[in-house]
Unconditional design. Structure first.
Lengths: 244, 279
């Protein structure tokens, strides 16, 4: 695996921002995850790290930090990460989406704008694997990469004050799922019955950065079934190990 | 139990915050003015992370159903216990049935109420701080009851402290943010030469500033944000993220507030004036 150059910037009194080359790339993401694994191996408590595309925000929850000292520690770790490489378990998750007009209130208009049929839009949306490049904006919201350019449409001119939990949206190069009710400007094409953030679980968000997502079109009856299964806690999203 | 008879404008349970879950998009939450919150706990010899109530602008009306001791800190909001005036930064004995109520806001914006031993609401992801959807609601409403343990015959080590209010300052200490270098000389002059005022849009998530500076057309990949991160929108609006602020953002992060300055800003309201000082 290729290792990329990094730059380290101070970010307030107890954090640093580590940046990789400025592009959306799976191989850069893999390099960031390798670095994180190597850093975790140092077993220094109270550091928390979060990835978004080409950057890693590192926060020391215990105290203020000395920037030069921290930078040195990070560069040393980055140098050694290739040798200490650990095997990561990553998953491909299949998430069911109901593209019924009841949920996908913008799907007909989106298909029209893209000059394809609704069926073709669904076919394209479900035939790609999307890489999770970060989780943020809302708890459990995944930044997904890999939307085919044929599905790129601008966000709505007027954002909605309330987009329903589970709504699946399209906006320029992005597709994603709103994990809770939220204001939003994306074009809504369907709804996912699976809870993407459940604070009652030990692991509230089953997806990890670096995992992949594929959508599967389901009927309204299946949607209702998954919803009930979720409520009683017996729904398990389908997954396969990616790098086994 | 402490019963909420009237919540006031915005009342919530907060400790120091919820750490270690930024990677799944969960903000820290926690007390906005940590400096004041810690002082209230200190007076009662509580742990500094013990949960307190945070009130905004107008205070609540609360009834205690068990004996305890309390302390108030932060904003000066006229407070009475059974209609007798009480002061901030003193330890006050409270008996079962007592009613704490608040009147006029005199200084600051956010007040804190600590109880001996801390409020004992359920911990979720290792914190009691209210933040939806981690907790079922973001704030308290009429009729809510918050548990605490009974304390009789406590002898406070310190019964009263004189406090120099950190929040009477209006100068905010800022560090360079990750995208500081994008700022032009003209923008730098605008930011550091004149005061800004707090916009109507200010809450636990973010404070916007009323005055615009020159805008920009820089687009960047979404990246991490922290409480105190100052983002600059293309239209030239400065947005300062606070404790409930999202963990990622797509606007240039031009400046970063010092932690002490987050506490100062948490006591500012619509129309208050601010100055930035780069360190």
């Amino acid at each position: 695996m290729k290792s990329y150059p990094i730059s380290i910037k101070p970010f307030g009194e107890r954090a640093v921002l580590v940046e990789w080359p400025d592009e959306v790339s799976e191989s850069i993401l893999a390099d960031i995850l390798d670095f994180m694994d190597a850093f975790k191996e140092l077993k220094i408590p109270d550091w928390e790290m979060s990835v978004a595309y080409n950057s890693l925000t590192m926060v020391y929850n215990r105290d203020h930090i000395d920037f030069e000292e921290t930078k040195h520690m990070i560069l040393e770790c980055h140098k050694k990460q290739a040798q200490s490489k650990t095997e990561r378990v990553q998953h491909l998750w299949t998430l069911p989406i109901c593209y019924d007009l009841e949920f996908g209130m913008d799907i007909e208009e989106a298909a029209k704008t893209l000059n394809i049929s609704v069926e073709e839009l669904i076919k394209q949306h479900t035939s790609h694997q999307y890489v999770v490049f970060g989780i943020g904006f809302l708890p459990g919201f995944m930044y997904l990469g890999g939307l085919p350019s044929s599905l790129e449409i601008p966000r709505r001119a007027e954002p909605r004050l309330k987009v329903q939990k589970g709504s699946v949206g399209l906006a320029s190069k992005q597709t994603g799922i709103y994990p809770q009710d939220s204001p939003g400007g994306w074009n809504i094409i369907g709804n996912c019955p699976v809870d993407l953030f459940d604070p009652s679980k030990e692991n509230p968000c089953f997806v990890k950065v670096g995992d992949k997502i594929q959508f599967e079109s389901i009927s309204k009856a299946e949607y209702e079934l998954h919803k009930i299964e979720g409520e009683v806690g017996i729904y398990e999203p389908e997954k396969v190990v990616l790098n086994a | 139990m402490l019963k909420v008879l009237k919540p006031g404008l915005y009342l919530s349970i907060q400790d120091l915050g919820r750490f270690g879950h930024r990677d799944i998009g969960v903000p820290i939450a926690g007390a906005m003015d940590v400096e004041s919150m810690k002082k209230a706990n200190l007076l009662l010899e509580n742990d500094e992370n013990d949960a307190v109530l945070e009130m905004t602008m107008t205070g609540p009306t609360l009834q205690f159903n068990t004996d305890t001791y309390i302390s108030l800190s932060g904003a000066h909001i006229v407070a009475t216990l059974n209609n007798e005036p009480i002061d901030n930064y003193t330890v006050i004995k409270v008996a079962k049935g007592d009613i704490l109520s608040y009147g006029r806001l005199e200084k600051g914006f956010r007040g804190y109420l600590a109880v001996k031993g801390g409020f004992q609401s359920k911990k979720l992801l290792n914190s009691r701080s209210q933040f939806y959807p981690v907790t079922q609601s973001a704030r308290l409403k009429d009729g809510d009851e918050i548990p605490y343990t009974e304390t009789k015959n406590y002898e406070p080590k310190i019964s009263e402290v004189k406090i120099e209010e950190h929040f009477e300052r209006n100068r905010l200490k800022v560090y360079k943010g990750p995208e500081f270098s994008l700022l032009s000389d003209a923008q730098l002059t605008e930011i550091f030469a004149k005061p800004f005022t707090v916009a109507k849009e200010n809450n636990r998530m973010a404070y916007q500033l009323s005055e615009l500076i020159a805008g920009h057309s820089h687009s960047m990949l979404t990246s991490g944000t922290l409480p105190g991160t100052i983002q600059l929108t293309p239209a030239g609006r400065m947005i300062i993220l606070m404790k409930d602020g999202q963990t990622t953002g797509g606007y240039p992060r031009i400046l970063q507030l010092s932690e002490a300055s987050i506490s100062v800003l948490a006591q500012k309201k619509y129309g208050d004036e601010l100055l930035f000082k780069l360190v």
